[in-house]
Design a protein around this ligand. Structure first.
Ligand code: OMP
Length: 224
């Protein structure tokens, strides 16, 4: 089994990011670079992390008109990401154009409902109905638009997997039993997410803030 853990490298200093990626190499399956990293270090930073030799998940959560998203997607071909995120709520045309503009070997996944949101947060954005139904609706839209899969919490992954057997599913908001939840609200353990069909487990602070990140990653992998 390939290691499904992608370390979310949400660190402000590039040197720290490179050091951390080197430390966990061999204990994770890939590195996720998100908005914090990309805004601070751009393409140069992505190239440096890629040199460590792990697959790169570029989590830029594109959300704009189709033409703009397609242009952005083309602009990141040079970074050769294995996975890229777009917001599923951007609508069918945006999702279709995002996928059409992506490099052949890049998986495009739609972010459904952020794991930092709960039912009340959802209602306050004007969406009626349950978080579960909202995620299922956006999963169906992503599938119909030709995306490779979605990002959702571990609370929905089982239902999504039941509906979309060959989908590629990224699950963040993961916490090993007993670790601090922080700003995440829809949380499960890495093992639960894996058992219910997650393809990729995105884990940040439980590894990056551990005294020994490599050991923390190994300990989580041992639970899978
Ligand atoms: O797209 C994501 O990766 C993402 C989606 C989501 O709904 N929730 C979520 O936490 N993430 C990302 O997953 C990572 C979780 O980090 P930790 O909470 O530190 O494990 C962060 O880099 C988030 O940007």
């Amino acid at each position: 089994m390939t290691n499904p853990i992608y370390l979310a490298l949400d660190v402000p200093r590039l040197e720290d990011g490179v050091a951390l990626a080197k430390k966990v190499k061999g204990h994770v399956g890939g590195i996720k670079l998100g908005l914090e990293f990309f805004c601070a270090h751009g393409a140069h930073g992505v190239h440096l992390i890629a040199q460590v030799g792990l697959p790169i998940f570029l989590d830029l959560k594109f959300y704009d008109i189709p033409n703009t998203v397609a242009g952005a997607m083309q602009a990141i071909h040079v970074l050769e990401p294995s996975i890229v995120t777009v917001h599923a709520s951007g609508g069918r045309a945006m999702l279709e154009d995002a996928k059409a503009a992506a490099a052949e070997h890049t998986k495009v996944v739609g972010v459904t409902m952020l794991t930092s949101m709960d039912q009340r947060d959802l209602e306050r954005t004007g969406v009626e109905g349950s978080a579960h139904d909202h995620v299922m609706r956006l999963a169906e839209l992503s599938k119909d638009a030709g995306l490779d899969g979605i990002v959702c919490s571990g609370q929905e992954i089982k239902s999504v997997h039941d509906q979309w057997k060959d989908g590629f599913f990224v699950v963040p908001g993961l916490r090993p039993a007993g670790s601090a939840v922080g700003d995440q609200k829809r949380v499960v353990t890495p093992r639960q997410a894996r058992d219910h069909g997650a393809s990729v487990l995105v884990i940040g602070r439980p590894i990056s803030r551990a005294d020994d990140p490599a050991q923390a990653a190994r300990a989580i992998e041992a639970t899978l």
